[in-house]
Every structure is written in structure tokens, then in C-alpha cells.
Design a protein around this ligand. Sequence first.
Ligand SMILES: [Ca+2]
Length: 482
Amino acid sequence: MRHTRRWFINRTLKLGTAGFALSHFSIASKAGQRFTKPNFIIILCDNLGYGDIGCFGSTRHRTPNIDRMAEEGTRFTDFYATSGVCTPSRASLMTGCYPRRVNMHMAKAGRPVLQPVANKGLHPEEVTIAEVLKAQGYATACIGKWHLGDQLPFLPTKQGFDYYLGIPYSDDMTQRPGQNWPPLPLMENEEVIEAPVDRTLLTRRYTEAAIKFIEANKDKPFFIYLPHAMPGSTKAPFASERFRGKSANGPWGDSVEELDWSTGKILKALKELDLDENTLVVWTSDNGAPPRNPPQGLNAPLAGWGYTCAEGGQRVPCIMRWPGRIQAGATCRELCTMMDLLPTFARLAGTHPPKDRIIDGHDVGPLMAGKTGATSPYEAFYYYYMEQLQAVRSGQWKLYLPLEAKWINFRGDSKPFPAELYDLKADISESTNLATKHPDVVKRLLALAEKARKDLGDVGRPGANQRPAGYVNDPTPRIPTK
Ligand SMILES: [Ca+2]
């Protein structure tokens, strides 16, 4: 693994400006309207489970706005986050790469995600979705939870975002004894504007900021990345007074219902500003609902919990809506992932992903457009738990790899684990192990796993094509400057 203590500001973006054929979507506009590039909005919830919203089967949470979004768009039932935890997952979404590719698969030994004042962050030379789009003339905003480094060289403003508002890491990382963590900082661009921030107002404030950004940029292409803090990692998620105590599922349900309100407000703003038909909205989650006793979030019908390589940990609800371009009321059951957003958005914006490095994601335009016969671009999808490759999916089959020492927690404790093979098309809940019945399939998936080990690495084994994360020598806390 190549580590570097230096990062270089002189960035050579080999993005080019050549116009790409918009083969899957025609952007022909209404008579009288000028040709414009589409706007993009990614609404990313934190730890929201597969079964936490109505259109994915929840009967506990009232999510009429998200459900309407699904009726007006396409549901993706086999959409994956690349990790069961925040930092690696977000690194993938931003770069279109597996977490191990960009060395963001863990913070350090025993730590899956970055903590405040960490010396590590997404390497400034990595090219984010925001940078790809900014080069195409987009106004770009990140509003919410960043979690890819809280040091100045790693902030959203250094990764292609014109505007940032949010907490740079998890909102459960509040000041605590024995840590040099500052009071929970709400940042605007590179300044702390409030600390500790009132967490009950986060969803509302983020929503208002997103709408303000839409209004301010309605006449030019924009990209908003809206990684909400909720429901998140606190034992009792936060909601504003209007939603607090109102759901049938405690604080978790309250926060989900406020996220639904937020989604409705944003879609309404697009409609009122006549931007509906020129805006692609993607709604998803960074990983599955974590284990709680008693349970709060729900991943059903998927098995397992967030923070793991179970389907419940990494398969997340996803809805994409773009009236006239994405089929209304449709369901896509092909495997695709959060890594696909960068290549797909790049093409839709008339460009392409960086060509000087490996990008793992694919252009899934044909799936989004509901093209007849369009299939998943993935030969295999790899599930990593921190450093360890634990499972592989190819087509309908998911193999949990046989491991002499399978990591079972973040401390690196392990136990031997035999191969488990599931047919996800017939058995979404991973209930019947078919490993002994289909040795041929096991063999094929083991070979695919070996390909990943060579390329991306595994425990104690660097991959041939990993890239370094960024590091600083003297990390400082984010505190108010005045
Ligand atoms: Ca998360």
C-alpha cells in the first residue's frame, strides 16, 4: 500500500471538455427553452435502512413525499453502498471508486471511520463528482455530513464544492472527556459558524440551505450533494419540534418523517422554479440501519445490520427521479452502486470521468432510462469490512468467502468462517446456504475474489492499484474563529 504524508495542490485534471454524445437521454428541450445541462441533486441519508421508507416496504414510517418520488421515478432494488459504514461509503460516492482504491476503507487500525481532528482525509488529488461537474460550469454545494476529513486541505471547499454548510463528520462525535474533540461544529465553507450546533434543527437547516442554493442558481446548472445527518448514529436521532414525538417509531421514525418532509420541500421547489424536467434527483442512504436493542431502523426484507457486509448493511434503498428521462413508477432490479453516480453524471453533463486513473463505477444511463435489455455493468461487486474482503456478488449469487480469520468487529477479532452462498434473486433474506449444492458457482466467485485481492488488496496484502489517502502532520480542531 502506498502511503504518503504529502499531497500536492497542483492538480492536473485530465477531464477534457469534449462533448459526449448523450446517447441514453435526449436533452432536447421544450420549444423556446435554451439547451441546458441537467441539474443533479443527491439526497443521502445516514444509516437509513432498506425497509425504512414506504416505497421499500415500511409500514411504520409515513413517507408520502418519498413514495411519490418513487411513483414519479424509478426504484432501484439492487443498489449498493460500498461499505457498511460512513467514511468509506462517502469516499466511494465522491470518487466513483471502491474505498480501498482510494485508501479510505478505514481511518486507522480499529477505527472504521474518521474521528474529529484525524490526520487523514480523502486525498486532495482525487477527483470528486463536484470537480467533474465544476469543470463543466456547474455551481456546486455540499450541505450536510462530509466525513472525508475535517482538516482544511480535506474540506468540501477543497474538493470542488463552491459552498459548504454542515458538520464535517458524524453528529454523534460530540465533545467528550479524554478526546481533543471540539464542540460539535456547524461549518459554513471553511469557518465554524456555530458550536455546539443544535442538532434538532439540522434537517430543517440543511433543507432550507439546499432550497436557497437552488433558487440562487436556477439559471445555471447546479449540483447539490445533500448528505443529511439523520437518522444517523446517535442512540436517539434528532428531529425538529414539528416532528418530535409524532411518529410510531420513536426518535428514529421522527427523523425519517422529517427527512420525508425535506424531500417534499426540495421537489416542490424544483417544480415551482420550473426546474423539474431538467433535474435528476437521486435519493439513497450511505449504509443500512445499525443494530440497536430494541431495533430502531429496519433493513427488512434484507438480513443483517449496518456496519457489516450483510445485504442489510450495504444494500440501500435508491430512487431516481427525472421527469421525462427516467421512467415513472418503474423498478430496476439490476445491480448498480453509488460508484456509478460519478461516471453517469459526467456523461450527462457532457464529459467523462477522469481518464488518468482507475474508476470502478459505470455509466448506468441505460438502466436509468429503462432501456429494454439493459443489464448490470458489474461482473462482480466486492464487499469489504474495513481491510478485509468478506463477500462477492456476481449476478444473482452472493458468496461469503470462506475465511480462516473473518473479522467480526472493528477491533479485528476474528473467527473461522465457512463459505456461504446465497441466491439473492430467490432468497433476498439470505436464509438458505447453497454453497454445497453449487460448487461450480463457489469456484467462479472465489476466482473473482482473487481478482479483487490482486487489484484492491485484502488483510495484510496491498492491492496493485490502490491510491494513497491524504495526511497532514499537525491536525487541529475545527473551532469558531471569532
Ligand atoms: Ca452511515
